[in-house]
Ligand binder design. Structure first.
Ligand code: GRG
Length: 297
């Protein structure tokens, strides 16, 4: 087992890249433009935070690496689809993502729409095509969890709430509600799907892990808001300062930078507390959490 986090993360990021590269339709496969746009939007960029969480949870549950790679890839495809659609003129209207032109800028709007659609369905194809659990019922529950996390009661619902509230003042609980859905649901799914690839954790342990994932999901968003306010476009690889420019309610706009940072620290502490009962077996999850909190982009 690799103990050094940086080596472990690089190895897992490379594994996910290799898997996605092989599993995405080839750039010369008809319809060529759509497949090129899918590959453009997924490959060669991103921190792969959600796959790292799935791998770390898989390590906790001693799951088979091949199975975890598939669920990690599925979650990353949903994430990539959400970024492509979020960047479109009808939503955030952004031109830069992962240091390069957004999908609709590089290709066109119709292609970007179809790219997001196709990445989303490919994610579910992956979850259905191979055995991911020894129990078929568990595998169905995994598919259901990713669908729920992505849909109107998860990420898409959070996005709708976000769009409805541009320019409005939100209370802290309302902001939390939005982010638990928009960003948190997929992060929770990453952790839980990684863990579900084996059956060693009991129901109470899975609930504990879900609580951990909820804290991490919120912490991720708080840090994202701080970075949007403080980091440069060059460092982020996406347009910085968009939240303030678009008059969006964020943890920074409600709490200020200092309090927002303190909240991220508190959420990391809560996440760590949740892992207490797992002892050292959860060290990888602690390391990924630390990476999420201390990231610079
Ligand atoms: C369009 C259905 C639909 C949903 C969009 C997730 C989302 C909902 C929009 C993305 C907009 C955004 C910037 C959200 C803040 C949190 C977030 C998801 C940041 C980007 O994720 P990272 O930092 O990106 O993991 P990389 O590029 O590293 O993968």
């Amino acid at each position: 087992m690799i103990t050094d986090f940086q080596s472990w993360a690089s190895q897992r990021q490379a594994a996910i890249e290799q898997f996605l590269e092989a599993r995405l339709p080839g750039a010369d496969c008809v319809p060529v433009r759509l497949h090129q746009a899918m590959r453009y939007s997924v490959l060669g960029g991103g921190k792969r935070v959600r796959p790292l969480l799935a791998f770390a949870a898989g390590e906790l549950s001693r799951a088979d690496d091949e199975r975890v790679t598939i669920v990690a890839a599925a979650v990353e495809l949903i994430h990539a689809y959400s970024l492509v659609h979020d960047d479109m003129p009808c939503m955030d209207n952004d031109v830069l993502r992962r240091g390069k032109p957004t999908c609709h800028v590089e290709f066109d709007e119709a292609t970007a729409l179809l790219t997001g659609d196709s990445l989303q369905t490919l994610a579910f194809e992956l979850l259905a095509e191979r055995q991911l659990s020894d129990d078929a019922g568990t595998q169905l529950a995994m598919i259901k969890q990713l669908a729920g996390a992505s849909g109107s009661r998860g990420m898409a619902g959070g996005q709708a709430f976000d769009l409805d509230n541009v320019g409005k003042t939100l209370s802290l609980p309302e902001l939390e509600f939005m982010h638990i859905h928009k960003t948190g649901a997929l992060i929770r799914a990453a952790v839980m799907l990684g863990a579900y690839c084996s059956d060693v954790l009991d129901t109470a342990q899975l609930e504990t892990l879900d609580h951990f994932a909820k804290c991490v999901g919120l912490a991720f968003q708080v840090v994202d808001d701080v970075l949007d306010a403080e980091a440069s476009t060059a460092t982020l690889g996406k347009t910085a300062g968009k939240d303030a420019e678009n008059n969006k309610p964020t943890y920074v706009s409600i709490l200020g930078i200092r309090e927002a940072r303190a909240l991220a620290g508190k959420l990391q502490h809560d996440a760590d507390q949740a892992l207490h009962e797992f002892g050292e077996a959860a060290n990888r999850l602690r390391q990924v959490t630390d990476f999420i909190i201390t990231r610079k982009f």
